[in-house]
Write a protein that binds this ligand. Structure first.
Ligand SMILES: [Zn+2]
Length: 345
């Protein structure tokens, strides 16, 4: 089968044939329909996740697929089931790492990977959904959309009418804006350094856009919205310069959630740190996937979609084939994409 392999850190992915075996105990063989590209894979390509020691390996952690075969012990899904492939652990067996063969040698890989035509996945990394669930919704529920909804709803516990600032209008940022709309955040302020993200942010539901390349974010929102601070700020950039500026904008009861990760060794500065004691207990938190629990939240979000409450219109900005994955990764790296979907067929 064809796969995109991370062979060398900081180099384009290799598109090549990989041999896939049979699913062993607790594993599921899945034919992949579509996969999203997540910022996390950029970090892996850059070797920021301590993964340099494990190359070559496969990548990708949000996908839609069809179960082809189940290994011993698997009871959660059966052949023919449509599944969301996710990196957070759900119900079911936590299997051993799948092993593929690449260039005649064994290649161990993560418990879920999606940048290939087929994948062997741990039972607890798939969640079955109704057959007519759109492929792109399934992929988005594997990471970005579920992370966004979890971040706003579970992690920040955003209340009706609280203000929300989303820093970075990329593949995750646009999902966060949608999530903010769903839970009644107001106003939703989107921040990016590219003016061409203004329209996208507003289409997703942001009421205000700040071009952070043109001035101080705090001054812009005070001048235009009369706001001195924000209740919930979610940073998707992990950029220390941006973090230093936005952390200061947190309200007295505010929650600051870091979703984007700074590079290893980077320092994030807390200017005038005593302002953290000025309110009733401000929160600065790094989230792990918005703390979403796949077995509980994925079926709930699918019902929301089917009921017409949740829509994913406009989230996917590009659709590419597996052969074009390196160009797509570049677009994500340059901050010039919403969510990109790789279509395997
Ligand atoms: Zn992700």
């Amino acid at each position: 089968m064809k796969a995109a392999i991370l062979e060398k850190i900081n180099e384009p992915l290799t598109i090549a044939e990989v041999e896939i075996g049979e699913p062993s105990f607790g594993q599921v063989l899945v034919k992949i329909l579509v996969s999203g590209i997540c910022g996390s894979q950029l970090q892996e390509i850059g070797g920021y996740k301590g993964n340099g020691a494990y190359v070559p390996h496969l990548l990708g952690h949000e996908g839609a697929g069809i179960v082809q075969k189940i290994g011993p012990g698997v009871t959660k899904v059966k052949e023919g089931d449509k599944v969301v492939m996710h990196w957070r652990k759900g119900d079911g067996i936590e299997s051993d790492f799948p092993v593929y063969t690449f260039k005649g040698k064994p290649m161990r890989s993560g418990k879920v990977t999606t940048f290939s035509e087929y994948s062997i996945v741990s039972e607890n990394r798939v969640t079955p959904v109704p057959q007519d669930t759109p492929n792109e919704l399934c992929a988005l529920l594997g990471c970005s959309l579920s992370t966004a909804l979890g971040t706003v709803n579970l992690e920040a516990d955003l209340k009706l009418g609280e203000s929300l600032m989303v820093v970075g209008v990329g593949g995750l940022g646009i999902n966060l804006i949608k999530a903010g709309r769903l839970v009644g955040a107001y106003p939703i302020i989107a921040v990016d350094i590219y003016e061409n993200k203004r329209e996208l942010a507003q289409q997703m539901g942001a009421q205000f856009f700040v071009d952070a390349s043109k001035g101080k974010i705090g001054e812009v929102i005070e001048k235009n919205l009369g706001m001195k601070d924000v209740d919930v700020i979610v940073d998707t950039t992990g950029n220390p310069v941006s973090l230093k500026e936005t952390i200061q904008l947190l309200s007295g009861t505010g929650r600051f959630i870091m979703v984007g990760q700074p590079k290893p060794g980077e320092t994030v500065e807390l200017t005038n740190a005593n302002h953290f004691f000025g309110g009733s207990g401000k929160t600065l938190k790094a989230t792990q996937g918005g703390r979403f629990t796949p077995s509980i939240e994925i079926p709930r979000y699918v019902r929301l979609y089917r009921g017409g409450v949740l829509n994913i219109d406009g989230i996917v900005s590009h659709r590419v084939k597996l052969d074009q994955i390196n160009e797509a990764v570049d677009l994500v790296r340059k901050g010039q994409a919403g969510r990109i979907m790789i279509e395997m067929e």
